[in-house]
Structures are given as structure tokens and as C-alpha cells.
Write a protein that binds this ligand. Structure first.
Ligand SMILES: C[S@@+](CC[C@H](N)C(=O)[O-])C[C@H]1O[C@@H](n2cnc3c(N)ncnc32)[C@H](O)[C@@H]1O
Length: 385
């Protein structure tokens, strides 16, 4: 079986979670560099990773990696790569680029040059002087970091990264990306034996992602990827990867997730999204003002939530009331764990306690903190630290 090199890309702060996901899928010798997690794979793994990874942004096929100190070097080394193996005669190939701390700092020039080199190679191979570019999508990325160029093709799709699961037709303002919501859950001590509560659920992303994790439903089962159209990634590979993923679904566990919001519209949208994702039986939705919430009648629950951002919706005073209530209701029960993602600098003060851990993350471009308060573990439960 022919070996290829793939890389899962990760948002800042989530590299360790993506690495754990790759390890759980059976990959070894994963090398992390600047938010990219490289691993050796077969062509079938393009399907397996795209379908199963919950927290990665996308899966890149690594075409080559080399030092590029001049445009000539970049052109020649790009030309040498086996483009004809992947890109069809009618393939539509666009080039994106980025360059950091490198001699070749002009990204548009690098992009133009790579496009030219790939074009020349393909025209030579297909014996034509013009590529129609009407077929499958191949988005090439030239990424230069400290003079080392990494040339890759996006197997996931330029417009729709792995965050796109296909269940979120509508959303409220400021929704979390599905990949981020899944990561928040993976960073918590929640598992399907515990109750989960999101009291500011918006479009329901955290609750739905938790239900998908609890049911072990692969996030990419209901969508296509750019590489679905690539001849080398055969239809049967996709079919087999989906059959395998479906075999792993746990339909039987009793999963209990609560999700509420002050907005009736949000709850309606969240419910529709949960139905679309096929996990509405796991989640109880209700309308509730978070300044008046109560704790569900159970111990060892996990609260994960994403309160409104003061700069976008809501105001400081209202936010302080919400944080305070969370602290009063959940912060005092030693069996409950609390996880809050927010950009509010007053959160700990208003919640009433310093977090056990504060993790720096980015929600899109916004710098946020993930405040983590660890409750007691269930006496019978092992814990992955
Ligand atoms: C940042 S959004 C949450 C987005 C959600 N994580 C998602 O992915 O769609 C904050 C949510 O808090 C809700 N909210 C604002 N004030 C609230 C309050 N007092 N009680 C409950 N929910 C509130 C808003 O309606 C909004 O849906």
C-alpha cells in the first residue's frame, strides 16, 4: 500500500486534543509543528480522518517540504512534485499562501509562482497548453515558515473545514465552531455517564457535539469533502470508512444533556439542529434566564457554557449577574465541574473563585479564556489527567 503524508491542522491551543484524537484513531509517530500534526498514512486515511476527526480544522495532503530561499528554488522544487498523480486533467487548482519569518515574504508572489509551476507540470503531463479547470477542486497551500516551504493540498475543502458537520442549518449570533465546541468537551471531564448542562446554549452546538461524542457518531458521516471528488481517493474507500464509522455508533447508552437559553428562538433553532444531527433524544431543551438557573438534581454533573460576549451581545452588568449566579449555584457543589469559555476579564471575580486551570484559546479571531473548575471524580471512575 502506497504511503502518503497527511497533516491535521489545529486551532491555537488545541494541538494536544487533536493529537489525542489521531492517537485514538490508531496513528503513531505524530509530529506537531506550528499547529500542524504530521503523520504517515495510506490514501484510505484521507477518508478515515476527514470523517472521524472532531477537533481538527482540516486534513492536508503533504506534497513536499523543502528549503526555499529564492523564487527559482520555490518554482523548481514545486515543479518536481508529482502533481499529475493527484490533479486530474480538468482539475480546478487554486493556490493559497502564507509566509512567516522568511526570505520569500511576499505571499501573492509565492502563490503566483506555485500556480505557474503546477500549471507547467500539468500542461506538460497532459500534453496541452491550457488547463480548463472545470472539474474537482484542489486547493493548494504554500506555507513558508522560517524559509521552509510546505506544499500541501486541502483534502477537506477550502470553503467548508471540518467544523461543517451538516446539522447546523441555522444559528444564533456568535455561535461556536463545532470543532471548538467538541474540543471544549474533550478538554473537560465529561463522559456519557455524567449529566451535561449548557445554560446559554444558543444554537445548541456544545450540547449537540457532546451527544455526538456520547453516541460515538463520527462528525463527518453526513457530508462530502473536496477529496470525495478526487479519482485517487476511490468511492469504495469512502464507503468502507463510513461503514466502519457506523459500526462504532453506540445507540444504547442513556445520555442526559440539558440545554437552556433565555431566547425562545435559540431553543427552537437548537432543537431543530439536534433533530438534524440525530441526537435530539439525548438533549432536553428549555427556555430559562441564566440569572435564575437551578442545578439539575444530580451530583457529578458537568457544566460547559459560552456566555454572551460583552462586546457583541449583552452588557457588563447583565453578564456579571449571570457569572455570579453560576458561581452560587454550581461553584459550591464540589461534585460538579464547571467550564466556561469567555473573553470577560472579570469572570473569576464574579463567579467567586479562581479557576483550577485557565486555558488560552481563540474563538475565531477572538482571544478567550477557558476557565476550568474541577469537581470531584465519581468514586468508581478513572480519570485521564
Ligand atoms: C455566545 S452565545 C452562545 C453560542 C452557543 N455556544 C452556540 O454555539 O450557538 C450566548 C448565548 O447566551 C444567551 N443569553 C444571553 N443572556 C442570557 C441569560 N440571561 N440567560 C440565558 N441565556 C442568555 C444568548 O441568547 C446566546 O444564545
Amino acid at each position: 500500500m502506497e504511503k502518503i503524508k497527511l497533516a491535521a491542522t489545529s486551532a491555537f491551543g488545541l494541538e494536544a486534543i487533536v493529537k489525542r484524537e489521531l492517537t485514538d484513531l490508531g496513528y503513531e509517530n505524530i509530529v506537531t509543528d506550528n499547529g500542524w500534526l504530521y503523520f504517515d498514512a495510506d490514501i484510505q486515511d484521507i477518508c478515515k480522518t476527514n470523517i472521524n476527526l472532531r477537533c481538527a480544522d482540516r486534513v492536508m495532503l503533504i506534497m513536499g517540504q523543502f528549503e526555499a530561499l529564492s523564487f527559482e528554488e520555490l518554482f523548481d522544487r514545486t515543479f518536481e512534485l508529482p502533481w499529475e498523480k493527484w490533479i486530474t486533467k480538468d482539475g480546478k487548482f487554486t493556490v493559497k499562501g502564507r509566509s512567516v519569518k522568511s526570505k520569500l515574504y511576499s505571499t501573492p508572489d509565492c502563490q503566483r509562482l506555485v500556480k505557474k509551476a503546477v500549471s507547467k507540470k500539468l500542461c506538460q503531463y497532459y500534453d496541452t497548453d491550457w488547463m480548463p479547470e472545470t472539474g474537482a477542486e484542489f486547493t493548494i497551500l504554500v506555507s513558508i515558515h522560517k524559509d521552509i516551504a510546505t506544499i500541501s493540498i486541502d483534502t477537506t475543502g477550502a470553503r467548508e473545514g471540518l467544523f461543517k458537520r451538516g446539522y447546523r442549518e441555522s444559528s444564533m449570533a456568535a455561535p461556536l465552531k463545532e470543532t471548538m465546541a467538541a474540543a471544549l468537551i474533550k478538554l473537560s471531564y465529561w463522559n456519557k455517564n455524567r449529566v451535561l448542562y449548557d445554560p446559554m446554549c444558543g444554537s445548541g452546538t456544545i450540547a449537540i457535539e457532546a451527544a455526538l461524542i456520547g453516541r460515538n457518531i463520527a462528525p463527518g458521516l453526513n457530508r462530502n469533502f473536496a477529496s470525495t471528488e478526487w479519482p485517487l481517493v476511490k468511492e469504495e474507500y469512502w464507503k468502507n470508512a463510513k461503514i466502519e464509522a457506523r459500526k462504532n455508533i453506540d445507540f444504547n447508552s442513556d445520555i442526559k444533556i440539558y440545554a437552556s437559553d433565555i431566547s425562545e428562538k435559540a431553543i427552537r433553532i437548537a432543537q431543530e439542529n439536534a433533530i438534524e444531527a440525530g441526537v435530539d433524544d439525548c438533549i432536553e431543551f428549555f427556555v430559562k434566564d441564566a440569572t435564575q438557573i437551578e442545578k439539575p438534581m444530580c451530583s457529578y454533573g458537568v457544566l460547559i457554557t459560552n456566555p454572551p460576549y460583552a462586546e457583541r451581545i449583552g452588557d457588563e452588568e447583565e453578564l456579571a449577574k449571570i457569572h455570579k449566579r453560576l458561581g452560587q449555584v454550581f461553584g459550591k457543589d464540589k461534585t460538579w465541574s464547571v467550564y466556561v469559555i469567555t473573553s470577560s476579564i472579570n469572570f473569576e471575580k464574579e463567579f467567586g473563585r479562581k479557576a483550577d486551570r485557565k486555558r488560552k484559546l481563540f474563538n475565531g479571531d477572538m482571544r478567550v479564556d477557558y476557565f476550568q473548575y474541577y469537581g470531584d471524580k465519581i468514586p468508581t471512575e478513572g480519570r485521564e489527567e
